[in-house]
Design a protein around this ligand. Structure first.
Ligand SMILES: Cc1ncc(COP(=O)(O)O)c(C=O)c1O
Length: 347
């Protein structure tokens, strides 16, 4: 659905939001003179140090343009083409990356059914039966999304259980953290507590959904996994020449509390929206609201009427379930207006 540019805000995606003004400031401040391209610059050096402050010094971190690239390249570093990656059926790598993970890693994705976007050990155990048997792909990675694509958040103990299971079975835990900031504030935890400390091996660290213009990071908690990554990133077309503008944004996002302020706000707006929608008898929330997404079944006939004014995605056509995302710039007024319209329509 094409939309012309307007100053209004909708609930389609946190990617539909603009850029946080402090990110624009960071880009402007970095826009002075010449620096060496491809990351050999002072902005990147400082941004790497900020990542090390959050995660510890013994990480390897690489900046890339986007989230699909971060996932694909992180997985590529961790696998061989005869491996398999186990993920939720709803995972972005499974349904929203146009087969890029399969194309670039050569791996088969083994997806598990899940009511809430989370991978559970009970669902993956049966994939472990062909281990060592040359006729079967060999599971190598469990990939989780934190927050999940259904707006839920893994607890630390859920993550630890998955990491322990993976490591016991000679596998790795990959985390698609496109919304890791929303997850961290939801769990009232640091980034490190929900990644390295629970056993995550490779992390896609999201920037764009939390107010950056563009840019994500691939973080390796075992540096050995990153041994060839500089080649993998370049061959995978994700070595930004003007790296300083991604680095400067990450530095600004992660040095103070901007990441936390923005994600806390987005999560709070999602709770507010859900709380208001819950009061409308015709609307049924389908998932707990733990990050910045709200999922709800809305009677089919109302959807196009709402979409005339607000762009959002129907997530599950069969049950007329819609997804509403909030972001750093969602206002209480945006929510009040949307809810008012819903109430008017369903009357
Ligand atoms: C869970 C998740 N992972 C990764 C991405 C990154 O995708 P992109 O390649 O569009 O930056 C997204 C974007 O919607 C996402 O929702």
């Amino acid at each position: 659905m094409k939309r012309t540019v307007s100053a209004s805000r909708s609930f389609a995606s946190d990617n539909n939001a603009g850029v946080h003004p402090e990110m624009i400031d960071a880009i402007t401040a970095a826009n002075q003179g010449h620096v060496i391209a491809y990351g050999d610059d002072v902005f990147t050096e400082r941004a790497v140090k900020v990542f090390q402050k959050h995660f510890g010094r013994d990480i390897a971190v690489y900046f890339v343009f986007g989230g699909t690239g971060a996932n694909v390249l992180g997985l590529q570093a961790a696998t061989k083409s005869y491996n398999a990656v186990i993920c939720a059926e709803t995972a972005h790598i499974n349904v929203d990356e146009c087969g890029a993970p399969e194309k670039f890693t050569g791996c088969k994705l083994l997806s598990v059914t899940t009511p809430d976007g989370k991978v559970r050990i009970e669902e993956i155990s049966h994939f472990m039966h062909g281990v060592g048997f040359e006729h079967h792909v060999q599971p190598r990675v469990i990939s989780v999304s934190q927050a999940t694509e259904m707006g839920t958040v893994y607890t630390k103990s859920e993550l630890k259980a998955l990491a322990d299971f993976a490591h016991r079975n000679d596998m790795l835990l990959h985390m698609d953290g496109a919304r890791i900031s929303n997850a961290a504030v939801s769990l009232n935890s640091s980034f490190r507590e929900i990644t390295k400390d629970v056993g995550v091996d490779v992390l896609s660290f999201g920037g764009a959904k939390n107010g950056m213009m563009y840019g994500e990071a691939v973080v390796f908690f075992d540096r050995k996994l990153a041994a060839d990554f500089k080649y993998i990133r370049k061959q995978g077309m994700h070595l930004p020449s003007k790296m300083r503008f991604i680095s400067a944004q990450f530095e600004a996002l992660l040095t103070g509390d901007l990441w936390k302020r923005s994600a806390t706000h987005a999560n709070r707006m999602a709770k507010l929206l859900a709380g208001e929608l819950e009061k409308i008898p015709q609307i049924k929330l389908t998932q707990p609201v733990e990050a910045n997404g709200v999922f709800a079944v809305v009677p089919r006939k109302y959807v196009p009427v709402l979409q005339k004014k607000y762009f959002f995605y129907v997530w599950n056509e069969e049950i007329s379930e819609i997804r509403l995302m909030t972001s750093f710039d969602t206002t209480e007024d945006d929510i009040a207006q949307f809810v008012q319209l819903v109430k008017k329509i369903v009357k």
